[in-house]
Design a binder for this molecule. Structure first.
Ligand SMILES: Cc1cc2nc3c(=O)[nH]c(=O)nc-3n(C[C@H](O)[C@H](O)[C@H](O)COP(=O)(O)OP(=O)(O)OC[C@H]3O[C@@H](n4cnc5c(N)ncnc54)[C@H](O)[C@@H]3O)c2cc1C
Length: 621
């Protein structure tokens, strides 16, 4: 083999985790040829494997956070969204979630164009079969290419293999090796990870059939519209006509499953890989297949289904995603399910639904930076860590990519805390819990969700991006910095105005806490101050929920000491006296980095934590 070509960071995988990891590393490193993105098929970079939608509850907040850190997902969604909708607008600001349906082909092309404009990133097509590790440190990878093995060297490697590691697709009794439809699995990498001592697990996920729009009675079905005034994800997307939305907006439709379909499912359960024993791994409980729903909610006669166009591109505009009936039943049963749905009596299936089983690395083996505890400089991100979803993958990609970049520069790593971002909640959950099913983000996972809103993501995270140097190298980064500064000045102006204004002798600061005094009344009371509606909304929300937000902040301050106190990485927990055996086992398995993390492990009680603090002090840390 020839001498390895050297990079500072190598990212393996061109899914949503890999894309954001390579982008973040390039943003940080800035020099041409510093980052390699190795992926099975470069033409599939940025592909949406399943649902052509980004965002939703909690997931929408994550996309805004990725955007605030200089990531791509928000911009790509704004440029290619064909229906935008903010979910939960009737509820409080903390649980609203922006969602957009994208043209899936336009999305991937947009990402690929963005990559083509980055001289820092070199795309390499091929399969990484081996990781090169030298004295416990990553040194590079070996890529299998049609012309033979190619060695690549780097001081940091980010692995984002998604659903491809020993991927096996199931439709009914048929099993095909593959990471997703039409693509081969990655085989060697699982063995390479096992040889290095990693503990692997196996999970499964599924996707619904795609239907031909021309064969659906489209006009007869109830509408599922987007918002009249679409709101972009990214702070950098200009909100003016002909710029946003960039693509024509579409109508989705609603239909439903029927008792007849449920009967067909029950009669064919023995042919469903999940029930016949053909699939043994666990799938997402919160995103169940239609066969799961029929078994678990046996008394329900119907389940809602959304029919969502996947693309407006000629040649692809006939494809409809059938949201709600993910399934791996055989094709003949899928046809019976589909044809019993109102409006779909004559619908043709363009591609059958299927399930995919894949290997993952149990995430207690990574730190909150994404770096593995076994191999220095090796980072994992995305579905490989047992998560599910584009947004969760993107979030981990940013964290792992920026930390890989920092590692390559010899700079200290950065952890995002739970109270700072959903991204922090995600990373912390991954390294303190053992997922028994694919992990997906919910607002209920965040204890500080009143502060982790979509509207203030930039205020929370852009200062961190500036501090690390993520925004220094690009024109986009400069625009983000300028946006952040402008918004900070606007907030200061607005807060000062609120503090010095009285209406009928009542301080405006008191009025703004009343439920009937919304952002519109605040704007009016201040004579329409020269600030953006977005800043006005955020300042109003923070004033309105001020007491609760302060209570959460006090809680964070109370726990700050635990989060700061680091646990020595070399400690042998089994030798510590007095600790319960269950606590020792949990600590030895997860190897938490701080006392705060230790307190969140399953099997650790408050008494264990108090004792641990004393023992660690004695140990000399
Ligand atoms: C059938 C199916 C159904 C799904 N259903 C849902 C769902 O219902 N809800 C949901 O939220 N999410 C779902 N997803 C998951 C969603 O697609 C993923 O969570 C998300 O895309 C994961 O992103 P990722 O970057 O981790 O991996 P992926 O998007 O899978 O990308 C992995 C990348 O790694 C590359 N790669 C893999 N191995 C190698 C190697 N050895 N060498 C070089 N390159 C390699 C691949 O080419 C690919 O580019 C589904 C995925 C599939 C396939």
């Amino acid at each position: 083999m020839s001498a390895p070509r050297s990079f500072q960071v190598i990212v393996i995988g061109g899914g949503h985790a890999g894309v954001e990891a390579a982008w973040a590393a390039a943003n940080l490193l800035g020099s041409p040829g510093s980052v390699a993105l190795v992926t099975l098929d470069p033409a599939k970079i940025g592909v949406m494997s399943c649902n052509p939608a980004i965002g939703g509850l909690a997931k929408g907040q994550i996309v805004r956070e990725v955007d605030a850190l200089g990531g791509l997902m928000g911009l790509a969604t704004d440029a290619t969204g064909i229906q935008f909708k903010v979910l939960n607008t009737s509820k409080g600001a903390a649980v609203r979630g922006p969602r957009a349906q994208c043209d899936k082909h336009a999305y991937a092309e947009w990402v690929q164009r963005a990559f083509a404009g980055r001289p820092e990133i070199t795309v390499v097509g091929g399969s990484v079969e081996r990781l090169v590790v030298d004295s416990g440190r990553i040194a590079g990878v070996v890529v299998a290419t049609p012309t033979g093995p190619v060695p690549l060297g780097a001081s940091a490697v980010v692995l984002t293999t998604g659903t491809f590691m020993r991927g096996l697709m199931h439709t009914g009794e048929s099993k095909t090796p593959g990471g997703r439809f039409g693509e081969s699995p990655a085989v060697g990498i699982s063995g390479a990870l096992k040889d290095l001592g990693f503990e692997l697990g196996r999970l499964k996920t599924g996707t619904p059939p795609r239907l031909s729009k021309a064969t659906i009675d489209w006009d007869a079905l109830p509408d599922a519209p987007g918002d009249d005034e679409p709101v972009p994800f990214s702070d950098l997307t200009e909100r003016r006509a002909r710029v946003f939305p960039a693509m024509p907006q579409v109508m989705c439709k609603q239909t439903r499953t029927t008792p007849e379909a449920h009967e067909a499912i029950r009669a064919n359960l023995h042919r469903a890989p999940m029930y016949s024993g053909q699939i043994e791994s666990v799938g997402p409980r919160y995103c169940p297949s239609i066969e799961d729903k029929v078994v678990r909610f046996a008394d329900r006669e119907t389940h809602g289904v959304f029919l969502e166009p996947e693309s407006l591109r000629p040649g692809h505009d006939d494809w409809i995603y059938c949201n709600g009936i993910s399934t791996s039943l055989p094709l003949d049963v899928q046809e019976r399910i589909v044809r019993s749905m109102p409006g779909c009596e004559k619908a043709a299936i363009l591609r059958a639904g299927y399930a995919v089983e894949y290997d993952m690395v149990r995430p207690h083996q990574i730190a909150a930076t994404g770096e593995t505890k076994l191999v220095d400089g090796l980072f994992l991100a995305g579905q490989i860590n047992g998560t599910s979803g584009y947004e969760e993958a993107a979030a981990q990609g940013v964290v792992a990519g920026l930390n890989a970049g920092l590692r390559a520069m010899g700079r200290p790593s950065v952890t995002i805390a739970r109270h700072q971002a959903y991204i922090g909640v995600l990373m912390d959950d991954l390294c303190t819990k053992t997922p028994t099913e694919p992990y997906r983000m919910f607002t209920s996972r965040a204890e500080h969700r009143l502060s982790l809103r979509a509207d203030n993501s930039g205020d929370r995270l852009t200062p961190l991006a500036i501090k690390i140097g993520l925004l220094d190298r690009t024109e986009l980064g400069q625009r983000r910095k300028a946006f952040f500064e402008r918004r900070r000045r606007e907030s200061e102006t607005l807060n000062a105005l609120i503090d010095r204004t009285r209406i009928d002798n009542v301080p405006l600061a008191d009025l703004v806490r009343r439920p009937e005094f919304g952002p519109g009344r605040l704007d009016e009371a201040l004579g329409r101050p020269p600030v953006s509606p977005e800043t006005l909304f955020t300042v109003h929300t923070e004033r309105f929920y001020g007491a609760y937000i302060e209570r959460q902040a006090a809680e964070v301050r109370r726990h700050a000491d635990l989060e700061r106190r680091r646990l020595p990485p070399e400690i042998d927990y089994h030798t510590l006296p007095s600790l319960r055996a269950e606590a020792k086992d949990a600590l030895a398995r997860f190897r938490p980095e701080t006392l705060g993390q230790a307190g969140r492990l399953e099997g650790i009680t408050p008494a264990d934590l108090t004792l641990l603090a004393v023992l660690v002090k004695k140990h000399g840390s």
